[in-house]
Write a protein that binds this ligand. Structure first.
Ligand SMILES: C[S@@+](CC[C@H](N)C(=O)[O-])C[C@H]1O[C@@H](n2cnc3c(N)ncnc32)[C@H](O)[C@@H]1O
Length: 252
């Protein structure tokens, strides 16, 4: 099965100026007045979630497993005239960043669940090794506890419009016997009410409980935890009802 991350131009079809603006204002509200000037995203992908931070005066750096996603991120940053330092790396290693420290190290785009639960504490340790004293770790994730409980199968997106065609995306979630979840991403491209192209991708996730990550952060001396829905303007405070959350915590 072809990987979506080898076709980053399809991944980015969801991106519009409006969406990017919403992501930027959401970061601004979420980060508040924390003194963050440098930020490393260890699953930066095409930069959809973190390049918008550049206009907030933050110097963004990033790494990712996928060369294809990184190339597109580089292109987008250069087009804006705001280049980023990028490296190819699994976030279970991150030694490529040794010698550099950041005000904030993040993992965006529900990416932590790409690795088995037993690898997550190690990922947080690697991220921590790159955070300045008094800096922050931040990550976002789907609420896997809610997903497992409700066993939702379908996730619909509003159509994306491009020049003379439209793109429909539906995710169909398969719950596997080994407790992993496969997201089937079904794209159809249509023009004049006829489908002229179809693409199917599979993404495989290892759902994890939020406390696995939060307890590890606390054990490494992190405090001042903030957990909010993503986007944070949603005022839901009951974790059981939040679909997607983002956490930030401060290194003591
Ligand atoms: C859903 S995309 C999110 C990309 C970007 N953060 C965003 O929000 O648009 C997930 C990203 O995680 C990356 N990824 C998956 N497993 C990884 C790993 N073990 N180490 C680093 N990156 C990984 C993928 O290559 C992909 O770019």
């Amino acid at each position: 099965m072809e990987k979506l991350y080898n076709q980053s131009e399809i991944y980015d079809l969801i991106e519009t100026e409006r969406r990017t603006g919403i992501i930027r204002s959401d970061w601004k509200a979420f980060l508040g007045d924390r003194p963050i000037r440098t930020l490393l995203d260890v699953s930066i992908g095409t930069g959809a979630m973190t390049l918008p931070l550049q206009e907030l005066g933050i110097t963004v750096s990033g790494s990712d497993l996928s060369d294809n996603m990184l190339s597109r991120c580089k292109m987008k940053a250069e087009q804006k005239g705001l280049p980023v330092e990028l490296k190819r790396s699994d976030f279970r290693d991150l030694s490529c960043w040794d010698g550099q420290l950041f005000d904030c190290v993040v993992s965006t785009g529900n990416s932590i669940a790409y690795v088995p639960n037993e690898d997550i504490p190690g990922v947080l340790e690697r991220m921590n090794s790159l955070v300045k004293p008094g800096g922050y770790i931040c990550f976002d994730s789907r609420n896997w506890e809610k997903i497992r409980r409700e066993k939702q199968r379908f996730y619909f997106y509003s159509p994306f419009f491009r020049e003379d065609y439209r793109v429909n995306l539906v995710q169909v979630w398969d719950y596997n016997n080994d407790d992993t979840i496969t997201f089937n991403l079904l794209y159809s491209f249509e023009r004049d009410n006829r489908v002229f192209r179809r693409e199917i991708f599979e993404e495989h996730y290892y759902p994890f409980k939020k406390d696995l990550a939060l307890d590890k952060l606390a054990s490494m001396g992190y405090g001042e935890f903030q957990l909010k829905p993503l986007p944070c303007e949603e005022d839901e405070t009951d974790f059981d009802k939040i679909d997607w959350y983002r956490v930030i915590a401060k290194k003591k």
